[in-house]
Design a protein around this ligand. Structure first.
Ligand SMILES: *Cc1c(COP(=O)(O)O)cnc(C)c1O
Length: 358
């Protein structure tokens, strides 16, 4: 605490990311990175972009990248906003769309913790809606008529850390019941098991879909995320961007992300391998007595009736295996485990077997 800190800095409770240790031989299953690495075409594009042109500012409107994203989702570039990771895109959504006359933002009690951090940072009044007992989102909680419509609704689909998927028709019910409310669907994990709500953008002026290249495209280090919505909504986000940092994506990121998105064959190859690993990991954990929620993501959310989750996480950490535990009400008995390569999953299962049967 410094005397020079602003009043705002004193009050912040920053997001706490999963550990990024640099030990050799680390089995890193704690931040949902993709073990297979980015598309070779993306790496080649980044290398090709690393030349003397770096003295120039990057593209101001990121048109080539927005074009590639638009093509993939059968929209036009006017429907696409890009940012420095989807975290930045989400930040601009919070300040650009959720601050409306003190109306609340509805969000689940168990979700991506950056939402609560941004509520505090941007002073967005939050109305936290508990998920059902089994961690499913109750659509009815979001479709009741209220005295004052909420300014926004945000949830991750599939949700993190629960890994559970909401079907598109349920999202559509929420969109229809809330015509005066922006509904943001954070699809960081959608490529691992669901159909994107991007096909609803043309029909619903209150929908924003957010995606990232950090997880399925294995480019967490590049920092590229994007939002899909109708053009007027996108223009609002652009106003925020141009009041904050008008070049959020550098030349290397633009080149790499564009090439990655154009290489759908590589994406689907990786996803296939991860889905196979997910089945094996789920079966192995179940054999050890874990209850594993049905995952639509590249991680599983699991609990053991006889073993303390925090202790298991610590014991694994001592063996250089990182997984995630959240000391948070309702989920403190759960572990979130990223689906790694088959070898990484085997090593995790071996270590857990030894811990559970000493
Ligand atoms: C990982 C993640 C993000 C952040 O992605 P970046 O693009 O790396 O900033 C956003 N939302 C959810 C739910 C995530 O799990």
């Amino acid at each position: 605490m410094s005397q020079f800190w602003s009043d705002q800095v004193r009050q912040l409770r920053p997001y706490v990311p999963g550990e990024q240790l640099n030990a050799d031989q680390l089995i890193k299953l704690n931040t949902n990175e993709n073990p297979y690495g980015p598309s070779p075409k993306a790496l080649a594009a980044i290398r090709d972009a690393a030349d003397e042109r770096l003295r120039l500012y990057p593209s101001y409107d990121a048109l080539a990248l927005r074009q590639a994203i638009a093509e993939l989702h059968q929209l036009s570039p006017e429907h696409v906003f890009v940012g420095n990771g989807s975290d930045e895109v989400l930040a601009h959504i919070f300040s650009g769309l959720f601050l409306r006359g003190g109306r609340p933002l509805l969000l689940p009690d168990i979700s991506y913790s950056f939402y609560y951090t941004y509520c505090q940072y941007y002073q967005v009044p939050a109305e936290v809606v508990p998920l059902d007992e089994d961690f499913t989102l109750r659509v009815a909680d979001y479709t009741q008529t209220r005295e004052q419509p909420p300014a926004g609704i945000i949830f991750a689909n599939p949700n993190a850390p629960t890994s559970l998927l909401l079907e598109l028709d349920q999202i559509q019910q929420i969109l229809r019941a809330n015509p005066d409310t922006v509904v943001v669907v954070d699809e960081a994990y959608i490529d691992f098991g669901g159909k994107s709500a991007s096909c609803l953008v043309a029909e619903h002026p209150n929908l924003v879909v957010v995606q990232t290249v950090s997880k399925s495209y294995a480019l967490a280090g590049l920092r590229v995320g994007f939002a899909l919505a109708q053009p007027e909504l996108i223009q609002g986000l652009e106003r925020i961007k141009d009041s904050f940092n008008s070049y959020p994506l550098d030349r290397l990121a633009l080149a790499g992300a564009t090439a990655a998105i154009q290489d759908q064959a590589y994406l689907h190859e990786c996803i296939q391998k991860i889905l196979e690993s997910r089945i094996r990991l789920t079966e192995a954990l179940s054999r050890l007595g874990f209850k594993v929620l049905p995952s639509s993501t590249n991680f599983v959310f699991a609990t053991h009736p006889e073993h303390d989750a925090a202790q298991l996480q610590q014991a694994l950490r001592a063996q250089n295996i990182l997984i995630r535990h959240f000391s948070q009400p309702r989920i403190q008995d759960y572990l979130r485990i990223t689906v790694g390569t088959p070898e990484q999953c085997d090593q995790l299962i071996q270590a857990l077997t030894a811990l559970l049967n000493p």
